[in-house]
Write a protein that binds this ligand. Structure first.
Ligand SMILES: Nc1ncnc2c1ncn2[C@@H]1O[C@H](COP(=O)(O)OP(=O)(O)OP(=O)(O)O)[C@@H](O)[C@H]1O
Ligand SMILES: O=P(O)(O)OC[C@H]1O[C@H](OP(=O)(O)OP(=O)(O)O)[C@H](O)[C@@H]1O
Length: 219
């Protein structure tokens, strides 16, 4: 049995065509079902539905053999240091769920001036490790505030001066009168594989990786 960890929403939706390229179809829609383990048309392949940020943990500890997770989630997980992610192979950039990790502030906050003056900036983020690293590299002093969602609210309520969050169209920032001031990195989702599973089930996992790779757009 091969177990693939996915999260609801865009990762699930955007992985479906890749699974189809490997001849795998999922019978149920996770948005309509309460089931957490979804069978597929192949008796030896199943999907487990987990939180996006739990995918690396499941794969690293063998709760799933493979998974799909954003570069943001993978880097934050590795930087969190609960295990060095040594048991986690990343053989493929799937180029799905593309966005960027950026710094954003209120439209009326003079970020460049705050940086120039060496002020302490209060930064709210779900990605506190990546944010800490980014500002340390720039030599900017920050106080970090850990949030689990709705980061855009933090500068609007006075909780923080800036946020580190994902941006795609920029629509969420605009709707909340925020402005992107720095791109930290480009993000896409990767296939991750448990190292031990790769040894024990080399052939079926290799076939799956090859099918996924052949379904990716060439650029
Ligand atoms: N607006 C977006 N456009 C494109 N890709 C995105 C966007 N937002 C997030 N992503 C990517 O998709 C991944 C999953 O995001 P999703 O919104 O489904 O989960 P989440 O709600 O952030 O996770 P969790 O449930 O763990 O809090 C992110 O880790 C990121 O790599
Ligand atoms: O620049 P945009 O295209 O507006 O996307 C950015 C938003 O997407 C992500 O949230 P979430 O996962 O909630 O996005 P969703 O609303 O698309 O689900 C992210 O945390 C931003 O809030």
């Amino acid at each position: 049995m091969i177990t693939l960890a996915l999260s609801k929403g865009r990762i699930f939706e955007e992985t479906l065509p890749l699974l189809a390229a490997a001849g795998i179809t999922v019978g149920e829609d996770p948005d309509k079902s309460r089931k957490l383990i979804l069978p597929t048309n192949q008796p030896d392949v199943r999907i487990v539905m987990v939180r996006a940020s739990d995918v690396p943990t499941y794969v690293e500890h063998g709760g799933a053999d493979l998974g799909v997770a954003g570069r943001d989630v993978l880097l934050e997980h590795a930087a969190g240091g609960v295990g060095a992610s040594s048991g986690l192979y990343q053989p493929l950039d799937l180029k799905i769920a593309r966005c960027r990790l950026s710094v954003a502030v209120r439209e009326d906050f003079d970020y460049a001036r705050a940086v120039r003056q060496g002020s302490r900036i209060r930064v709210a983020s779900k990605y506190v490790h990546l944010a800490r690293q980014h500002f340390a590299d720039k030599g900017v002093h920050v106080d970090l505030i850990k949030l689990y969602g709705s980061m855009e609210l933090a500068p609007l309520t006075g909780l923080a001066d800036a946020i580190v969050d994902l941006v795609s169209t920029g629509g969420t920032l605009r709707a909340n009168h925020l402005r992107e001031v720095e791109k930290i990195m480009d993000i896409s989702s990767r296939l991750v594989v448990n190292a031990a599973a790769l040894k024990l089930q080399r052939e079926p996992i290799r076939r799956l990786i090859e099918a996924f790779a052949s379904a990716l757009p060439q650029d």
